[in-house]
Write a protein that binds this ligand. Structure first.
Ligand code: CA
Length: 230
């Protein structure tokens, strides 16, 4: 089910939109001002935002700008009929579409459907991020370097590959077999001791050296990377 965040300070309109959108089968969250909109965008991870530009405090334009700095959430702006400058600014700030008030609900629903279809698939962060971080630990895939704060950590190729895989899947318990096939490839299949050996190397260079808990053993499964101050 798609989740829509409606940002509208006029309670009657917000309520009306909530009813109509719920009726259409969407999950609906309401924010009554710009700050709440940004909070709910973070917390609720909506699939689309219907954003009234005339808001108290933080304006709709500013909300739009800040969200665009973070992600490509489809945004349909609601503007006053004669406010051309708002409309232009909103589109400049990266809104996908706009509707002038008053609008026919059918038209808004149609535009929501279009915007949701156009929505690009979310990038697979594990694949696309060049820099992985966990607490003070930073791994740069391009330069294949690892730093603890500003300090460079010397890793062998396999240590780096293993750490990269663990960092790309933080908070996920990874089995020894999985690590073996992803990091060493199939030719090592079966010999999971090598995983334990390299985990020990990494722990010496990271957990023990910096006195933190980073690589956790998950009994009966394998390992999980999660930064915790010791
Ligand atoms: Ca308003």
């Amino acid at each position: 089910m798609h989740k829509i965040l409606v940002v509208e300070d006029e309670k009657k309109i917000a309520r009306y939109l909530q009813l109509e959108l719920t009726h259409e089968g969407y999950a609906v969250e309401i924010a009554y001002d710009g700050r709440e909109a940004l909070e709910k965008h973070e917390r609720e991870k909506p699939d689309l935002m219907v954003l009234d530009l005339m808001l108290p405090g933080l304006s709709g334009i500013e909300v739009c700008r800040r969200i665009r700095q973070k992600d490509g959430l489809p945004i349909i702006m609601l503007t006053a009929k004669d406010d051309v400058s708002d409309k232009v600014m909103g589109l400049d700030m990266g809104a996908d579409d706009y509707m002038t008030k008053p609008f026919a609900i059918e038209e808004l629903l149609a535009r929501i459907r279009v915007a949701l279809k156009r929505r690009p698939a979310p990038p697979d962060e594990a694949q696309s991020a060049h820099i992985l971080t966990s607490g003070p630990l930073t791994l740069d895939r391009d330069s294949r370097s690892v730093h603890w704060n500003q300090e460079l950590i010397q890793l062998t190729k396999k240590e780096f590959d293993l750490l990269e895989h663990l960092m790309a899947h933080q908070n996920v318990a990874l089995s020894r077999d999985d690590l073996l096939s992803k990091v060493w490839g199939y030719e090592y299949s079966g010999d999971t001791n090598v995983v334990d050996v390299y985990i020990r190397y990494l722990r010496l260079k990271l957990d023990d050296h910096y006195h933190v808990k980073l690589i956790h053993t998950i009994r009966g499964v394998g390992y999980l990377l999660k930064y915790e101050e010791a």
